[in-house]
Design a binder for this molecule. Structure first.
Ligand code: DX5
Ligand code: ZN
Length: 215
């Protein structure tokens, strides 16, 4: 069964308490929390303060996706805010290995996120050190974009790289996941589905999460 990680970026921020309650009662596994800085990506979302509120609102895993430059400056703040998993973008890390060690030494699971243009082969030398690959299937910055079809081949290749080495790294697919394309994403080898608009813009978010979980 896939892990379902609804992205709170698509929630109603005037009614966050209701949306957290809905997720807590749903079959969702993780809260996916998108942090954007207006520099690495052309949008600004929220920072550690809101992560801390989400932490208080749920016992589920807080999966924090940093779309920020110089993530090493904020890793400790996100740990203190309650992040369980912290993902940094490979495109923002000159010393990626050091970033990964920092996250792990702070006691969080370490994720590496890659943009659609970044080859999964760039992960080869850190694959043994990380817990998660957050593979972007849209260009990061906004919810509600269209899934980039070439992602399917990237998932297959990464799955092969992980399995050949007997690793336990989870593959998370982030962006444009729908009820229609989710089966082929899972069939290609993904473990975790992020879903923003598909969940929060649906008529019955809880039922949509249940459907994603059944894939
Ligand atoms: C995009 C974010 C995603 C996004 C997913 O930059 O990383 O997590 O919110 O939203 P949907 O599922 O609507 O594409
Ligand atoms: Zn994300």
């Amino acid at each position: 069964m896939p892990i379902i990680a609804p992205s709170l970026l698509s929630a109603n921020f005037l009614k966050l308490e209701d949306d957290c309650k809905m997720l807590n009662e749903s079959e969702a596994d993780w809260f996916h929390l998108d942090v954007m800085d207006g520099r690495f990506v052309p949008n600004i979302s929220f920072g550690p303060m809101l992560v801390e509120f989400f932490r208080k609102a749920t016992k589920k895993v807080c999966d924090v996706h940093l779309m920020i430059v110089e993530p090493e400056k904020f890793a400790e703040q996100f740990k203190n805010a309650g992040a369980d998993i912290l993902s940094v973008h490979i495109e923002t890390c000159t010393h990626l290995h050091r970033n990964i060690q920092q996250i792990k030494s702070l006691g969080m699971k370490a994720g590496v996120a890659i943009n659609p243009h970044t080859s999964v082969t760039a992960l080869s030398d850190v694959l043994g050190d990380i817990d998660l690959v957050c593979m972007m299937s849209v260009n990061p910055g906004y919810g509600g974009q269209k899934f980039i079809p070439q992602t399917i081949e990237k998932i297959k290749l990464l799955r092969k790289m992980i399995d050949e080495r007997g690793l336990k790294v989870q593959i998370e697919i982030d962006g444009g996941v729908t009820l229609e394309n989710a089966p082929s994403i899972i069939a290609a080898g993904a473990d975790v589905l992020v879903a923003g608009n598909t969940v929060f813009k649906s008529a019955d978010p809880k039922a949509t999460i249940a459907l994603l979980k059944k894939i």
